[in-house]
Design a binder for this molecule. Structure first.
Ligand code: NAP
Length: 328
């Protein structure tokens, strides 16, 4: 098959379409013709050699796909050839074909195109996991979602609005990103490049007022996050885009406010965990996508021969929502 292969020979790795052995479905797996995949921040790291795939995973980039079932393994009875499916992959999405365990695959809602379906798995499962499983969000709580216009941010805002009916605060770094966050359901959107988000949120919402914070920025936001959290507040850290080291920070708020801090990654979770998360997402969120109340947010669609342009756009923080690759 054809796949996007990383050429690491120069100091700046580039991707080109090349030949790779076809994947073969195991007993419980499906062989899928990929029609669309989507970029994730992790792809930029993996391309540069800083985020190796977990053991046993395809070395090809791509953490999600939407496509058509071509073949089913001997014990895979949940889908038929011809079914349109989408789901999470541990790698291998930037390719003609992939295999996926049948319990990680979901049927694409009729109203969604392959491109729209490819925009869903990684960011919506991550957002659902962060808000519901890790953050234990309850209806009508107050939630702060950083990087609100990111793929994960746009998914989290919609879930917090449509499922938890929360008061939603968000940060982003450009005016059109703030507007999009509000359209998706945010009540307050702060441009963190122009204002101190913690001062502004404290003024608007009161001291110690945020029940849950979902953060991807890390070190620069650590102190402000602890300042804003309410009694029994939760902080879920999913990324460290701004840095990983914090020094001279008081731990007093942890005790005084009985805070819970959790970190997570999705890719290196066990298959069992991902199957349970997929099922939980299917039962709780997918129906809102089927009804159109929650929509995949697509920034742009590129032919996969233009993958470098697509990566450049993400690296320069120019996207709102997901960047899709198609044409494989
Ligand atoms: N742990 C997990 O399980 C998991 C799973 C999936 C994704 N993630 C993480 O979630 C984050 C979002 O991923 P994505 O694919 O949705 O990203 P994305 O669509 O590329 O969006 C990332 C956005 O974050 C903002 N940003 C970048 N650097 C920043 C900084 N130093 N300070 C503040 N904001 C910054 C930028 O928007 P602005 O213009 O607003 O600055 C950028 O557009 C990444 O950190 C990714 O690694 C974690």
């Amino acid at each position: 098959m054809k796949a996007l292969l990383v050429d690491n020979r120069s100091s700046r790795p580039v991707m080109r379409v090349g030949d790779h052995p076809d994947p073969e479905p195991k007993k419980q797996e499906l062989l899928v013709k990929i029609e669309a995949t989507a970029l994730n921040r992790a792809d930029l790291l993996q391309k540069s050699g800083r985020y190796p795939p977990p053991e046993g995973a395809s070395p090809i980039l791509g953490l999600e796909m939407a496509g058509e079932v071509l073949e089913t393994g001997a014990d895979a009875d949940r889908f038929q050839p011809g079914d349109r499916v989408f789901g999470l992959l541990p790698g291998g999405g930037y390719a003609d074909y992939c295999t996926i365990h049948q319990n990680l695959a979901m049927k694409i809602p009729e109203a969604l195109s392959y491109e729209e379906a490819a925009a869903v798995p990684e960011v919506f499962l991550t957002a659902w996991q962060a808000l519901s499983w890790l953050g234990e969000l309850k209806k009508q709580e107050r939630v702060l979602i950083h990087a609100g216009a990111s793929g994960v941010g746009t998914a989290a805002i919609q879930i917090a609005r449509q499922i938890f009916d929360c008061r939603i605060l968000t940060t982003a770094g450009r005016e059109d990103k703030l507007e999009r966050c509000k359209e998706l359901g945010a009540d307050l959107a702060v441009n963190y490049k122009k204002e101190e988000f913690d001062d502004l949120i404290e003024q608007a919402e009161g001291a110690d007022s945020v029940d849950l914070i979902v953060d991807f920025v890390g070190a620069p936001y650590w102190k402000s996050n602890l300042r804003l959290l309410a009694m029994d507040g939760r902080l879920v850290v999913l990324g460290l885009m701004g840095g990983a080291s914090v020094d001279r920070i008081s731990l007093v708020p942890l005790l005084r406010k009985r805070l819970t801090i959790r970190g997570s990654t999705l890719r290196n979770r066990s298959k069992k965990y991902k199957v349970e998360l997929t099922e939980s997402f299917r039962q709780n969120v997918l129906k809102k996508i089927e009804s159109g109340e929650i929509r995949p947010v697509i920034d742009s669609i590129y032919d996969w021969s233009e993958v470098e342009k697509a990566h450049q756009k993400m690296a320069e923080n120019r996207n709102i929502g997901k960047i899709i690759l198609t044409g494989m």
